[in-house]
Write a protein that binds this ligand. Structure first.
Ligand code: PHB
Length: 359
């Protein structure tokens, strides 16, 4: 029988009961000090029938924040809060990995310690505005990281990975997508460095590969995934040759034998038109498990798995509105509509109050 969304699969060390993955979704509902609350545990536990949950993007340090009310993964209180989340998901038979996030230039001094400037590969201000506690404010020109600061940045990823494992996560996903710090290093619209971290593909991928090696050394490669978004223009991103760059990145990542590579196959948030890109060609460069994301429905997901393009499919917005998305796909039941006005911030409304089938 052909494989489909309901076939079990192993991504590295992580056994999934189906191939329907919950994509990472920023919801801005953490408590004081970036500590996950009981409400957050309920939200994730409601979605534990997914084969795998990828947590919302989670700052690895105080300097990694770029939006209000994000949960962190660097203090003891945050670890304790996340432990309640992973326990609740595991109690329902689910699996959950934590997404390790540094936003780089997509931040604002008002969100950072002592009003610090955001950091980035190069001092290039992104177009657009930051979501701050005081409302929308223009992005500022970030400070270019000095090469001497990169080892401590890598150490922050290691500390966050240890914290995630202590908090009971089944693994971690390195966020290298969507215009945040590691993606800012990869793409040449945001990286104009003239040292060993800028210029050639090899140089622009160097920080990602160093972070990956360090995280792999901490968690084991079979518990580590990476998310990339080769042509997502969101956050004022572009690259002069994305196909060649990301084919190179996929080739370079093969050496680690990671749990999976997770690919955003287009542009998000209507943030402009994505450049043309051949994701089938990218997939041929990558030799291990591949998780595909973006605007898949059930039929396209099944087709991508049957053809061997993807090993699993990550669904974002459908999981916001349908805690029982797996059962709805199984029964071909209608899906709840997502209410975009409650995506970011708030409490139960639009978070834990979407109805289950027959509820
Ligand atoms: C967002 O908050 O809109 C957001 C966060 C992380 C992403 C993408 C979008 O990777």
């Amino acid at each position: 029988m052909a494989l489909d969304l309901f076939s079990p699969v192993k991504l590295g060390a992580i056994s999934l009961k189906n191939r329907i993955v919950m994509a990472p979704l920023t919801r801005n509902r953490a408590g004081e000090g970036g500590v996950p609350q009981a409400l957050n545990a309920s939200y994730y536990a409601q979605r534990a029938s997914a084969g795998l949950i990828i947590s919302e993007a989670t700052p690895i340090s105080a300097m990694a924040h770029g939006y209000p009310a994000l949960p962190g993964i660097y203090t003891d209180a945050q670890v304790a809060g996340w432990k309640n989340v992973t326990d609740a998901v595991h109690a329902k038979g689910g699996k959950i990995v934590l997404q390790l996030w540094h936003v780089g230039r997509i931040s604002h001094p008002s969100l950072l310690p002592n009003g610090a400037l955001p950091v980035a590969p190069s001092a290039i201000k992104p177009a657009g505005q930051a979501f701050t506690y005081q409302g929308l404010q223009d992005y500022v020109t970030p400070r270019a990281l000095d090469i001497s600061e990169l080892p401590s940045l890598v150490a922050d990823y290691v500390h966050a990975t240890k914290s995630a494992l202590t908090a009971g996560f089944d693994g971690v996903e390195i966020h290298a997508a969507n215009g945040y710090l590691l993606d800012q290093f990869l793409r040449d619209g945001s990286n104009k460095r003239t040292d060993n971290y800028g210029g050639s593909f090899e140089n622009r991928a160097r920080l990602l590969l160093e972070v990956t090696q360090a995280v792999v050394n901490t968690a084991g490669a079979d518990k580590v995934g990476i998310r990339i978004s080769p042509v997502n223009p969101f956050n004022d991103m572009h690259d002069s040759n994305p196909q060649a760059l990301f084919n190179y990145v996929a080739d370079a990542l093969n050496q680690f034998k990671l749990a999976y590579l997770h690919v955003v196959e287009g542009g998000i948030h209507g943030g402009g038109k994505a450049d043309p890109f051949d994701f089938v060609a990218l997939r041929k460069h990558y030799q291990h498990a591949y998780v595909a994301n973006l605007a898949y429905d059930k039929d396209r997901g099944n087709a991508a798995i049957a053809s061997g393009h993807a090993d699993a499919i990550a669904y974002g917005v459908p999981f916001i509105a349908n805690p029982d998305l797996v059962e709805r796909f199984k029964l071909d039941a209608p899906l709840n509509e997502a209410d975009s006005s409650s995506f970011y911030g708030g409490a139960e409304k639009g978070y834990t109050d979407y109805p289950f089938l027959n509820a």
